[in-house]
Design a protein around this ligand. Structure first.
Ligand SMILES: N[C@@H](CCC(=O)N[C@@H](CS)C(=O)NCC(=O)O)C(=O)O
Length: 190
């Protein structure tokens, strides 16, 4: 099994954590240029990571990769509530990625721009709800939704994308899991 990704992507890190005890090759690519981008284009024309290759089968998108792994290892499917948790996490994560790419592109933004406002509103709305869900114990276990939430919050801290003011449950949730071996082994800080 081969996993194509980068050492910093929160979507890739979810799958690396899931695969912590499964033999696989991790291909750490620079997806933005050069050989890394060429490999990415050859594997996934959607030009996004993660991408999994197993027995000649390519799988795109972290959620589909997770479904593939569940089927392969005969594990129980996620509940609809867990699927919704993932959609909330992905909503925030995608908006953070878009804003991060704007910043990396050197594009000046302000909160009045529709695109920026929509991303920031989605981030505020999803993070507030996720914070409440953590307080209510909905992320007490260390299943896939918790792993996805952790990799999001840790990436937000790593890239300094949001102060997480008043989101104390999210900050405590990150602290609770920060010393796990599969977490330290995939730390984007190296
Ligand atoms: N829905 C996708 C999102 C993956 C994604 O956005 N990955 C980012 C890296 S964190 C990426 O490949 N970005 C490249 C781009 O947007 O061009 C998934 O869950 O795998």
């Amino acid at each position: 099994m081969k996993l194509y990704g980068s050492g910093t992507s929160p979507y890739v890190r979810r799958i690396r954590i899931v695969l912590a005890n499964t033999e696989h090759e991790f291909h750490n690519l620079n997806i933005f240029e050069g050989e890394g981008r060429a490999i990415l284009a050859a594997k996934n024309p959607a030009l996004k990571i993660p991408c999994l290759e197993d027995d000649g089968q390519l799988i795109f998108d972290s959620r589909v990769i997770y479904s593939y792994l569940l089927a392969k290892f005969d594990l129980p499917p996620l509940s609809w509530d867990q699927e919704n948790q993932l959609t909330l996490i992905d909503g925030a994560n995608d908006s953070f990625v878009e804003l991060f790419l704007l910043k990396r592109s050197g594009i000046e933004t302000n909160d009045e721009q529709l695109f920026v406002r929509l991303q920031k509103e989605r981030i505020a709305s999803t993070l507030t709800l996720l914070n409440e869900m953590v307080e209510a114990g909905e992320f007490d276990g260390w299943g896939y939704p918790s792993i996805a939430l952790f990799t999001l919050i840790d990436w937000v801290e790593f890239r300094e994308l949001h102060p997480l003011t008043s989101l104390d449950a999210l900050k405590a949730f990150r602290e609770k899991h920060i010393d796990r071996i599969e977490v330290t082994a995939t730390d984007p800080r190296g």
